[in-house]
Ligand binder design. Structure first.
Ligand code: AMP
Length: 116
């Protein structure tokens, strides 16, 4: 079994992180250290450490993450101007928390896709 992260506690509401959205498959909440005006994390309720561990059984939850991102972008009023969705994987991807999460970033121009 993969080791739980702080995100499992957030899903179970064992710590005081307000949820923006939760259903049977996914949970969304604001990033604790926002890099831009709107910075939301959308995660599967099942602990999948990285994209490398994804299986076909996860397709429903991963698809739900996209539809929830769309709804939250509308709710935040950033859909028309646009936004970016990012999933980091492992060290080179810059992943810090080993529970898959999609960053929803927007509310301001985001600049070039990458700065290395
Ligand atoms: P990543 O580098 O893709 O693994 O991103 C992990 C993200 O999780 C970072 O943007 C952190 O600021 C964020 N984060 C870590 N702990 C928390 C927390 N307790 N609540 C909300 N966001 C968190």
């Amino acid at each position: 079994m993969p080791e739980e992260t702080i995100f499992s506690k957030i899903i179970r509401q064992e710590i005081d992180t307000p949820l923006l959205y939760q259903d049977d498959l996914v949970t969304a909440f604001r990033d604790i250290a926002p890099r831009v005006d709107t910075h939301i994390l959308i995660i599967p309720n099942t602990l999948i450490p990285t994209i490398n561990e994804v299986t076909e059984e996860d397709e429903l939850a991963l698809g739900r993450m996209i539809t929830v991102a769309k709804k939250l972008a509308e709710q935040e009023g950033i859909d028309e101007d646009g936004y970016r969705l990012i999933i980091n994987c492992n060290k080179h991807g810059g992943q810090e928390v080993y529970h898959i999460h999609m960053h929803l970033l927007g509310g301001q121009p985001l600049g070039p896709m990458l700065s290395i």
